[in-house]
Design a protein around this ligand. Structure first.
Ligand SMILES: Nc1ncnc2c1ncn2[C@@H]1O[C@H](COP(=O)(O)OP(=O)(O)OP(=O)(O)O)[C@@H](O)[C@H]1O
Ligand SMILES: [Mg+2]
Length: 152
C-alpha cells in the first residue's frame, strides 16, 4: 500500500512551491516520475526542484532533445530526464541511469517510456489539467508525504 496525496495547483506559483518542497525532502537514491499530458507542468515542477538545490537563476532547459541534463548538488547529482523521444529504454542504460537511480536523484518526464527499467521504489507525480489550473496526485514515498502537504 502506498500513500496518496492529491493537491490542487491553481497557478504556476503553486507548481513551483511543490517542486521546492519536494526538493527539500528529497535524498540521494530518490526516483521521482513526472507523468501527465503535454503542458501539464512536468518541466516547470522539475525546474523549481532543481533551482531549490542549485540556485534561483540556474538555467534549466527542457531535456527533450538531450534526454538528460545533470546538475551537481549537495544531495548528489540530479538527473533531469525527458524520455518523450526515447526509442529504446536500453539507451538510458548506456547513459548510466542505473548508477543515477542508486546514487543520484532522478526526475523523469515520460517515465512510462522506461518500461521495466523504471524502479518500483519511487514517487509518482501524476499531473493533470484542470481548466486553466493543474491538479497532481502523489503516490508513494510512504510516510514522507505529510511533510510535503505541510509546505504547499
Ligand atoms: N499549476 C499551474 N497552473 C497553470 N499553469 C501552469 C501550472 N503549472 C505549470 N503551468 C504552465 O504550464 C505550461 C507547461 O508547462 P511545462 O512545459 O512544464 O509542461 P510539461 O508537462 O513539461 O510538457 P511537455 O510534456 O511538453 O514536456 C507552462 O507554461 C507553465 O507556466
Ligand atoms: Mg516538459
Amino acid at each position: 500500500m502506498s500513500d496518496i496525496l492529491t493537491l490542487d495547483l491553481p497557478d504556476e506559483e503553486a507548481t513551483m512551491r511543490l517542486g521546492a518542497a519536494l526538493a527539500e525532502a528529497a535524498r540521494a537514491g530518490d526516483v521521482i516520475a513526472l507523468s501527465g499530458p503535454l503542458g501539464a507542468g512536468k518541466t516547470a515542477l522539475a525546474r523549481a526542484f532543481i533551482r531549490h538545490l542549485t540556485s534561483p537563476d540556474e538555467e534549466v532547459p527542457s531535456p527533450t532533445f538531450t534526454l538528460v541534463q545533470i546538475y551537481e548538488t549537495a544531495k548528489g547529482d540530479i538527473w533531469h530526464l525527458d524520455l518523450y523521444r526515447l526509442a529504446d529504454p536500453a539507451e538510458t542504460v548506456e547513459l548510466g541511469i542505473e548508477e543515477a537511480f542508486r546514487e543520484g536523484i532522478c526526475l523523469i518526464e515520460w517515465p512510462e517510456r522506461l518500461g521495466p527499467l523504471l524502479p518500483g521504489d519511487r514517487l509518482d507525480l501524476r499531473l493533470s489539467l484542470a481548466g486553466e489550473a493543474r491538479r497532481v496526485e502523489l503516490v508513494g514515498w510512504r510516510g514522507r508525504l505529510g511533510e510535503i502537504a505541510k509546505h504547499v
